[in-house]
Every structure is written in C-alpha cells, then in structure tokens.
Design a protein around this ligand. Sequence first.
Ligand SMILES: *[C@@H]1O[C@H](CO)[C@@H](O)[C@H](O)[C@H]1NC(C)=O
Ligand SMILES: *[C@@H]1O[C@H](CO)[C@@H](O)[C@H](O)[C@H]1NC(C)=O
Ligand SMILES: *[C@@H]1O[C@H](CO)[C@@H](O)[C@H](O)[C@H]1NC(C)=O
Ligand SMILES: *[C@@H]1O[C@H](CO)[C@@H](O)[C@H](O)[C@H]1NC(C)=O
Ligand SMILES: [Fe+2]
Length: 467
Amino acid sequence: MVEQSVYSGFLCLLIGLILITKIQLCVGGITSDYVRNYNSNVDMPLDSDVFQVPHGYNAPQQVYITQGDHDGKGVIVSWTTPNEPGANTVLYWTENSCVKSSAEGFVVRYKYCNYTSGYIHHCTINDLEFDTKYYYEVGLGNTTRQFWFVTPPKPGPYVPYTFGLIGDLGQTYDSNSTLTHYELSPLKGQTLLFVGDLSYADNYPFHNNIRWDTWGRFIERSAAYQPWIWSAGNHEIDFVPEIGESKPFVPYKHRFSTPYRASESTSPLWYSIKRASAYIIVMSSYSAFGKYTPQWKWLTNELPKVDRSETPWLIVLMHCPMYSSYVHHYMEGETMRVIYEPWFVKYKVDVVFAGHVHAYERSESVSNVAYNIINGKCSPVKDEFAPVYITIGDGGNQEGLATEMTQPQPRYSAYREASFGHGILDIKNRTHAYFGWHRNHDGFAVEADTLWLLNRYWKLKERVAVS
Ligand SMILES: *[C@@H]1O[C@H](CO)[C@@H](O)[C@H](O)[C@H]1NC(C)=O
Ligand SMILES: *[C@@H]1O[C@H](CO)[C@@H](O)[C@H](O)[C@H]1NC(C)=O
Ligand SMILES: *[C@@H]1O[C@H](CO)[C@@H](O)[C@H](O)[C@H]1NC(C)=O
Ligand SMILES: *[C@@H]1O[C@H](CO)[C@@H](O)[C@H](O)[C@H]1NC(C)=O
Ligand SMILES: [Fe+2]
C-alpha cells in the first residue's frame, strides 16, 4: 500500500517534471539553473600584485596594444610614464632580424577634477608583415621594457582566427579570475574584442582616476601581447558637470587609441577593422546614433563596403545589447535596435556582441524588423539569416551580477545564465565558426554554452545556388 502510493507519487512527479520541461521548451530557451556561490564584489586593493608598478625610475607601465590600421598590418602601442615624458619611441624587430626598427609616437596628458594623469604615449607602427611575431621595446635606458605580439594573417576568406570576448571587466577578484580563465583557455584567443565598461573608476568619489591607472596595469599582462579591440560603455562617459567635468569620454579618449581614421570615421568611438577573415564594426551606444548623426552616416557608408568574399565574417560590437531578457537595463537598447536592426538583417551580420548587462545571454537567430508601431507584430521571429545576439557583460566588476530575469524566458532567448565568464569565437573557415562561453567557476577547458555559428552571408548564397 505504502509502496504503491510512493510509486504513484513518483509517477506524478515524473509527469510533472516532463510537463514543466515541456512548458519551458515551448516558451523559450534554457535558463541555466547554475547558481553562482556569490561572495565578493569589491575591487582588489591598491597594493595587489596585479597593480604592481614596474621597477625603475619612470618605467613604462600600462602597456597595451590595439590594431593600428584597417587591414591588420598596423599596431598602436600605448603606455604611460609616471614621472616625466621620456621617449615616444617604440623599437621593434622580428625574431630573426638583427636590426631594430623604430616608430615615433606622441604623448598626451589630461586633468580630471583634481587628478592629473601620467604621460600617456601612443605610437602607431605601420606596414608590418602579416602573420609574423614581433618583439617591441618601450622606455629609456635602464627602464626599458620588452614585449611581443603576433600580427594577424592577411585578410582572406578561409583564414582561421580566434577572438576572445570580454565585457564589463572592472578590477575585482572576479575580474582577475575572468582574465585568468581567458589566458588559460585551451582555445587560445589571438585578439580580444572588448565590449565596453573597462575600469569602473567612475564608481569612486570624483571618479578617482587612480583606478584607471590600476586597471591599465592589471590588463597589461594580456593587452601588451595581443590587441584589445576597444568599444566604449557608459562607464567611460565620465560626464560630471557638477565637478567641472562636462566633456564626455575624457579619460577614455586620452588613454585608449583606435584606428578610426583608417575606416573614414570621424570619431574614435566608432570604427571598423578587418582582421583575418573577420570584419569588425565597433559602435558607440553613448554617442548620438539617430538618423543623420555622424555615427549613422558613417555606418550607412560602411556596411556596403564590406566584401564578404574577402572577410566573410561580419561582427558588430556595441555596449548596450539590443536583445536582453534580464530585468536590469531592460529595453535600454531598443532605440538602437529600431534604427539599426534592419541594416544588420539586410547586410547579414553574423553576430552582435554587447555587454552592459552583467550576465550571459545568447539569442536565437531572430529578427524583429517586421514590427512597426501599429501592426502589432512585436514578437521577434526566427530567421536563420538574421544575427545571433550575445550579451557578454559578465567580466566581473564591482557592481556584481544581474540575476533578475524577465519571466517567462522569451522565445528569442536561447540561453541565459547569471554568472561571470568570457567568450571565445573560433573562426574555422568561410562557413563555420564555433562560439563557446566559459563560466569562471569551472575548469579552464569547460564551456557552459556552445554554438556552431554558420556564416549568414554564405549560407544564403549556397541556398540560392541550390534552388
Ligand atoms: C581629490 O579630492 C578628494 C576629495 O577631496 C581627495 O580625497 C583626494 O585625495 C584628492 N586627490 C588628489 C590627487 O589631490
Ligand atoms: C637608472 O638610470 C638612472 C638615470 O639614467 C640612474 O640615476 C639610476 O641609478 C639607474 N638605476 C640603475 C638600477 O641602474
Ligand atoms: C590574479 O590572478 C593571477 C593569475 O591567476 C594571480 O597570480 C594573482 O595572484 C591574482 N591576484 C589577486 C589579487 O587575486
Ligand atoms: C569548415 O569547418 C567546418 C568545421 O570545422 C568543417 O566541418 C567544414 O568541412 C569546413 N569547410 C571547408 C570548406 O573546409
Ligand atoms: Fe554598462
């Protein structure tokens, strides 16, 4: 008797579970049941190992590189000297060469409230060989420092290349864990695509810019050796008229260089680069982007220029996501979506990466371009040629995780999870790319969410050719 009721109870439970799973599947994708054992959201203290100032008088610190031209033969080296300007020169050479070449940069300084920056150097090296390892050196006399980087292969349709993705990093213990996981990932990222919100210095009184310096020293261990491709988030705006700071993006623009002129942009905040088989468009969520604005005008000219037979992969970076089903920042990206989604669908963008929401989410291939304000078609529909939208604002900053999600999970949302991590986009060839999202909590090789991404443009081409 007892046994029978236990049995039927179990059966009910089983049916219930199946029903619940079914219902979840019908409504949307997967909401991960992983719950992060969440303990700290404090920044690493100023005397942490990761913030250590290099030894020697006026030694270069905060050394980082980014792409310096449109094709990948240029590199911008940036560094800061704390005491005096020092030299603007970068010496560089290949492994086998016996002569060192040199490039000359320039130095800038800025004031922010009562903070005065060090001497921030930016030096563009042009006309490097593709696919080559270079060593480089900055600084003077007994305080020179040496690093290296590898240039990408010449842009071409079948060139494999691996990008890392990090957003909203900050400088907490979790940030350090994210960076460590990225460095130790078996799918070695060759270039990092950063989707905005860098140091979170602006959360300190008077936006204490010392926390910009610590952040620069923190990321050096990766960013001095591989390019970090920058996009700006809301924590880069630093607009505080009350304390006399009424010009936006001052610390960010002085500290980070982008090769915007090479793509005929008029602002370092939006630009494009080619790298191996990818064409990357960086947008600015916090600059004017409405119709007729400089950013809008730039993008109208930019998208038709992308030659998918040279760079098959079209990737867009922006800070604020256009699709996000978290409660925090809900619909903040809607104005951007209304204006730009029709172009992303038309031009067969493969994937749009964003940050801002401190969690991970991947959408289905969806399009909401049929909607206008009166037709009621307000639900995104599946469209295999539309982009996938990935939110990767889970770098681990002091504001903590965005844990609250809209319920039920919308149909367009394929996977969402509130924990820290980074992404890897591993482009295999013209048609296939593999995306993996790595949760910090797991071993370095473990991916919590993965996707084979099929190239939107070439999939459509092949479909048309067959029919
Ligand atoms: C700037 O002002 C704040 C608040 O008065 C103070 O705590 C800080 O030490 C000052 N910083 C500098 C570099 O003077
Ligand atoms: C480094 O160079 C400076 C000036 O050229 C000199 O004063 C200092 O003693 C040197 N330090 C070492 C450790 O050689
Ligand atoms: C940051 O991570 C690195 C690499 O794992 C480690 O060596 C270092 O001690 C960490 N620093 C802090 C402050 O956690
Ligand atoms: C592209 O890469 C995928 C995944 O590795 C592979 O299955 C496919 O055969 C490759 N295509 C070509 C044309 O090499
Ligand atoms: Fe943000």
